[in-house]
Design a protein. Structure first.
Length: 225
């Protein structure tokens, strides 16, 4: 049998772990979450910028083709080939932006828990924190900024919603062009476009609600305020 006196200490043996070591471990995890959050936001901006660039290029291309063909059959063929690509890119961008926002909430929860650990070690530092040290919904919103609340204006101003509105318009235009290609009247293809846009909003508009419900279900607060 091995000699117990020569065996290395078990990880569960915390006799030699002082507060300085604990703070170092917590700070390492904090910086890791902060770096991940920074990369997540950079990806969100890059994806949104890429989509808007492609959308702008598509609009310019459609305008040039429309001028050259006088909105004839060649224009409709070109639009029917181009707009599905734009819509596919927009759909992927919207889904990724929604996932990234969920990941960002998860990272904020982690950092709030770490701040709670900091204040357990040094409670006298609480007056110097402007971000929250609770991982409940109120604490999450406090970390996002002063007076941060889930309001209609805040939701509508979010990048995923703006991208979703653009996608709904593209889906409506594409549906109208398809209806027109089959010989529909003006009233019919306009109605088809409106219905398609509204259907797109209804189909993907509930995604953030489901995402918030999943986060609350899978990550219940451990340190509520």
């Amino acid at each position: 049998m091995p000699d117990p006196t020569t065996m290395p200490p078990l990880l569960s043996d915390r006799a030699g772990v002082n507060d300085a070591v604990r703070v170092q471990i917590l700070a390492t995890e904090h910086w890791s979450l902060l770096a991940t959050r920074s990369m997540t936001w950079n990806e969100m901006f890059s994806r949104a910028g890429m989509f808007l660039t492609v959308l702008s290029a598509a609009v310019v291309a459609l305008a040039l083709v429309a001028q050259a063909t006088d909105f004839g059959d060649n224009f409709r063929i070109f639009a029917l080939l181009l707009l599905p690509v734009v819509l596919l890119l927009g759909l992927g961008t919207q889904i990724r932006l929604g996932d990234a926002r969920g990941e960002d909430v998860w990272l904020v929860i982690g950092m709030n828990r770490l701040r709670h650990a900091y204040l357990e070690l040094a409670p006298e530092l609480e007056p110097y924190f402007v971000t929250a040290h609770h991982d409940d919904p109120a604490g999450i919103m406090q970390t996002y900024g002063p007076d941060a609340r889930v309001t209609p204006s805040r939701i509508l101003a979010g990048t995923p919603v703006l991208v979703g509105v653009i996608n709904a318009v593209v889906a409506g235009v594409l549906a109208g062009l398809v209806a027109e290609a089959f010989g529909a009247t003006t009233a019919v293809f306009v109605s088809a476009g409106v219905v398609a846009g509204l259907a797109y909003v209804a189909a993907l508009g509930a995604t953030p609600v489901r995402q918030i419900a999943r986060i609350r279900r899978e990550w219940p607060p451990r340190f509520p305020g």
